[in-house]
Design a protein around this ligand. Sequence first.
Ligand code: AMP
Length: 584
Amino acid sequence: MDGGTDTKEIYENVMNILEDLTSNAHKLQEQVLEEILKSNAGTEYLSRFFPNGQADKQSFKTNVPIITYEDIKPYIDRIANGDTPSILLAYRITQFIQSSGTSGGQPKLIPMTAESFEKRMYEPLLPDLVIKRCFNGSDEGKSLYLYFIKPEMETPSGLVASLYTTFYFKTKSFKTGLAKFCTSPIETILCSDNKQSMFCQLLTGLLQRDEVVRMGSSFASVLPRSIKFLDDYWKELCSNIRTGYLSDWITDAGCRNAMSLILTRPNPEMADLIQQICEDKSWEGIIKKLWPKIKYITSICTGSMSQYIPLLEFYGGGIPLVSPNYSSSEACFGINLKPLSKPFDVSYTFLPNTAYFEFLPVNKDGGGKAQDTRTIDKPVDLVNVKLGQYYEVVVTTLTGLYRYRIGDVLKVTGFYNKSPQFQFVERQNVVLSIDLDKTTEEDLSKAIMKAKIVLEPLGIMLTTYSSYADTSLMPGRYVLFWELKMKGRKDLPKLDAEIMEQCCCIVEESFDFTYKSLRKGGIISGLELRVVKHGTFDQLMDYYVSKGASITQYKPPSCLKSKEAVKILNSGMAGKFFSSKTMF
Ligand code: AMP
């Protein structure tokens, strides 16, 4: 973008588009559904539900079942094995998108067509412009966006399957658009060795430190990991800057070529400056110190990512944290129209032209539990959701998903014109469960947020957490894993057993009636808290990445189901504490 007037005009156009979309939410939703039915009603999957050939909205709502991935998996598998895509959708599939969810250990595959790509290509631009509009001068300068890819796979029928981000980073649209403003050369983003990619992206970010006005990643989990990497490698990064030579272990040809255009000369002055900043005992505000012109950090930090907010605020030293959008492999749902809102208060305004949305009401009882939505009320349309109510989102897309449960629970917080705004609450199916108790992701997060307050006056930060239900002994118990960090120091703080036990008690106290009555009845044992060493959760991420997860779309599991994952966290254990609470 050049010239202030041009930029202003672009912002005005964007706002006009958003006004238009949100004011016509109902009409647009009807049009989207009409188009989907017109194109796809004749497919093998859908035609069964329209026996008399009448595929209108009413018969769609009455006849087409609400499903999960398992229901369409047989169709997806057939297409992946060479059957015609027309069994599910009318368009030619150009490739599959792998969502971060898995089904039977395999990534879920979502069809992608040329038409859907055309529409989705503009998705990242909209929130980007809305955010830039809020920060003066942020249309100038560069973005230190830490992006990574994951190698594609191929189905037996020869269709490529990749993560949406991997696919997007390889498009011309990204290369000629957003990438031009990134400090990371495209070759470093497209390097499939995540370690070489990270090293080079941080190096180019440091070399261009005076131009960087924003930092970000798709999901917040990447940023603390990058800072940890910086912590491990800053001396080597400084040495590369000082000498002008790239470390030999960077062997990727694309990275070496790209870096040779940026790392062109020895720069001891810059190396000294960075070294001085990194040698500081406390890394509070390190981002601001290393990149003094940064105006904001942009990364999804709602839902399970909210656990990283305190750490990012600590490293950011007051730089605003902006959660730009709510989107998935299946569809783009909404964007944050108030980028300046506090990270815990973010709501997303739904975009009514991206898919057809329905909402299954979710009963939240006194304890705040999401119940199984299959048995309760009928879904409501986008414009009919009620303020304050919880819903699970269901989508219908042009790409073969019909009344498909995404699995996310959202709460209506307001409306922008006719479009509802939602806060992300939790993944529907993430629960710790023993006997009749079901503790959701939100229950757990709220309880932990209360307990960690006890540690704050001691200068101890909870940097990340997870949990599992240990039923190897009778009665079973919930086990929490906490990674702790002392502000201003890198080693693990000395922990006072009494205070840690107090944390266990606060967590249990926050759990609901069912948990407490099972504890009282001796069906669940007292909660256990295992504190792990700094870096243990990075090992967990490495494990998931080695199993096929991508760094860019990594969502830390709030609750572990795999024995291997529990083993990894146990291997970093530095202390364990138990609740001494007696339930009356
Ligand atoms: P994926 O398909 O791998 O991109 O993952 C999509 C999932 O990520 C969604 O269904 C949500 O559970 C989660 N997600 C995406 N955007 C957000 C957001 N803004 N806040 C919280 N969770 C999100």
